[in-house]
Design a protein around this ligand. Structure first.
Ligand code: SF4
Ligand code: SF4
Length: 321
């Protein structure tokens, strides 16, 4: 039976700092944050209980009762969904520590609150998920943060997933620390590292990131781009449009030139989260024009471009939903 749902309600799980959720997407009007476990810090999971809850959500969607927190989400789609209990869209967002200090970062803005959160290690539970075939390849495993590459368990986690046949991993990294496991997985064609540099020059980078690492990030982007093979393995350079900071064509031109210079061919575009949420109903056509400008430039240079959910929402006219 066809019904409106999404891959994260059906088969998704997200490790958050202190909770388990279905996904990490929050920029649509419903606001996301659909709970799978209210408190979580790395302990073993009662899978029967977790899937019982997921089945409840699924039944609501199948009955046409869209979860209020999902309203307006760009990931909703109408199709036939299978009824099995498994996870194949797994997200890791539980790391707090980071080597960047991005001006738009929720964690930087709420530093005191995040400092109190104790880190945990997800490797034992991921091993269990693989052994019990709860976690299956075929979807996407994605990593956000904090900064994943500085977590002590990060390299082991990537190698565990790579060795167990996961061929579609996505890491969101500041790009400041080089990761041999990322490079190796890119070489194998199973991983996309997304580096949000958000700028086309050192001055703007410093203004946004509050660290001196522009050259280091370009160096690492070049190393990852060189490891790129045909297939999934790749390096994506991401640009978050931040109003009144980098929202101009000159900076975007410099950004795209710098990506081409390091041998990158994949771009991603997004819009700053807090500004987007506050202004979603009144965003001027200037920003849609800017999104289209990036798409046109990418096409002109035969580069691939991916729109992240806010940019995609704007492009698809869903920002006001
Ligand atoms: S519809 Fe959106 S908010 Fe709801 S579970 Fe799916 S991705 Fe998350
Ligand atoms: S790289 Fe990510 S986690 Fe680190 S400060 Fe920037 S937005 Fe925050």
């Amino acid at each position: 039976m066809k019904y409106l749902s999404c891959r994260y309600i059906e088969h998704g799980m997200d490790f958050e700092h202190t909770r388990l959720e279905t996904c990490c997407f929050t920029c649509h009007s419903g606001g996301g944050k659909i709970t799978l476990k209210k408190e979580y810090a790395g302990e073993p999971i009662d899978w029967e209980k977790l899937f019982e809850l997921k089945r409840k959500y699924r039944i609501e969607h199948r009955n046409g009762n869209l979860m209020p927190n999902c309203v307006g989400c760009v990931f909703l789609e109408e199709k036939e969904w299978d009824e099995e209990d498994y996870i194949n869209f797994l997200q890791f967002n539980y790391w707090v520590a980071c080597n960047s200090k991005c001006s738009y970062c929720y964690e930087v803005q709420n530093k005191k609150m995040f400092e109190k959160i104790k880190p945990y290690d997800s490797v034992p539970v991921v091993k269990e998920m693989i052994e019990k075939k709860i976690l299956r390849p075929g979807g996407e495993v994605s990593f956000g943060g904090g900064e994943p590459t500085i977590a002590p368990e990060f390299e082991a986690l990537i190698n565990l997933l790579t060795e167990n046949g996961f061929q579609n991993m996505r890491i969101h990294s500041s790009g400041i620390k080089f990761s041999p496991a990322i490079e190796q997985a890119i070489r194998r064609g199973v991983l996309n590292v997304v580096i949000s540099i958000d700028s086309g020059c050192e001055k703007t980078y410093k203004k946004i990131k509050n660290v001196n690492a522009y050259k280091k990030v370009l160096e690492n982007m070049a190393k990852y781009a060189t490891a790129n093979k045909n297939g999934y393995g790749l390096m994506t350079s991401k640009y978050i449009i931040i109003p009144n900071v980098n929202d101009n064509r000159k900076e975007i031109d410099m950004w795209i030139d710098s990506v081409r210079n390091v041998g990158g061919r994949w771009l991603a575009l997004d819009i700053e989260d807090v500004w987007y949420k506050v202004n979603r109903a009144t965003i001027s056509s200037y920003y849609l024009d800017l999104v289209n400008y990036v798409i046109d430039k990418a096409n002109a240079f035969d580069m691939k471009i991916e729109l992240y959910d806010r940019a995609r929402g704007l492009k698809e006219g869903k920002n006001q939903l």
